[in-house]
Write a protein that binds this ligand. Sequence first.
Ligand code: UT7
Length: 338
Amino acid sequence: MRASVVCGLGGYVPERLVTNDDLSERLDTTDAWIHSRTGIRARRMISSGAATSDLAVEAGHRALKSADEAAVDVVVLATTTPDRPCPATAPEVAARLGVGTVPAFDVAAVCSGFLYALATAAGLIASGTADRALVIAAEAFTTIIDPQDRSTAVIFGDGAGAVVLRVGDPAEPGALGPMVLGSDGDHSDLIEVPAGGSRQRASGRPAAPGEQYFQMRGRDTYRHAVERMTAASRQAVERAGWTTAQVDRLAAHQANARILEAVAERLGVPAERQLSNIAYMGNTGGASIPLLLADTAASGRLRAGHRVLLTAFGGGLAWGAATLSWPRLGPVTDPRTP
Ligand code: UT7
C-alpha cells in the first residue's frame, strides 16, 4: 500500500502583531472579555498590499527546506481567502516556489481545509498520480472580517503552514493513518460570507452592507465544533487501532481555547498533551493545524515518536480527524521568524 509520509514542515505568520488592547481602542471590547471567552491575547495580520499567496509561498518554502528533498509532483493549497476569486491561487504559489509546471489547485473547506487538502494529496499519492506532494494551508482571514464586528474581529488572524508528503510504508513514522472527514450542508448558514458568489451575483441585487464579510453564529458553531471534533477524533483513533489514552499530542484546529479544552476533556486527553498557540496566533482558519505543528515542532513541544491526533471543524459545515506518529524531520523554523 502506498502510504503518505510527512517529511517536511514549515509555518509562517506576518510580522504585524495586533493585541487585544489594540482592538479595544476601536471596538467595544476588552482584553478581559476576549481572553476569557477565547483564550486569545494577540493575532498576526498581513500588511496592506500583501495576500494569501505571500504567506503560502513562505510556509511552502520553509516546508521544502525542512524536507529530505525539495522536489514535489503536486501542490495542494487550502484557503478561504484566495488572492482572487479566479483562478486558483495554488498555480501561482507553485510557480513562485520554483517547483515546475506540476499540477496545483485550491481546496475550499474553511477551517478544515488543511485536513481536506491532506486527504486529497494522500489520495493522489495512493493512486500513483504523485510520489511527493506539497500541502499548504494559508489564510489572510482578516481580509474577509468586518473590522467593526467585535464578535469576529477579535478571533481571527492570518498565517500559513505547510507539509511535504512522500510515498512510503504505512508502518513508518510520519505515515498518515486512515482519515475521517465529514460535512453537513444543512448548517451552511452558521459560517458564511453571504455576498460575492453566484447566488448574490445572479440575483442582480448589489450586496447589502456587511454581506461581503465573514459572518458566524458563534454559539451554535461552538456546540457543533465540540461535538464533531470529538466524534471524528474518536473514529480516527479507533481506525488507527489506538486508544485516546495513547494520544501524546492533540493538535486541534485553534478555534477557541474553550472549545479545545472541551474536546480534550471529552476525549480524556490530559491538558498537558494538548498543543495550543491560540493565545498569540488567534484562529487562523485552515492554516491553524500546520501552523501549530510547525510552531510546536520548532519549540520542542512536538517530538519524534509522539502519537499525534489532528482534528478540525469549520464552515460548511466540514470537519475531519487524522492520526500519525510524529517523524524525525529536518530543522523546523519558528513561524514567527521573519
Ligand atoms: O474556526 C471556525 C469555527 N469557529 C468556532 O469554532 C468559533 C465558535 N464560537 C466561539 O468561539 C464563541 O461563540 C465566540 C467567542 C465567537 C463568542 O463567545 P460566546 O461566549 O458564545 O458569546 P456570545 O456570542 O453568546 O455573546 C455573548 C455576549 C453578547 O452580548 P449580549 O447579547 O449577551 O448582551 C455579545 O454581544 O458577548 C457580546 N460580545 C462581546 N462583548 C465584548 C460578543 N463579542 C464581544 C466582544 N467583546 N468582542
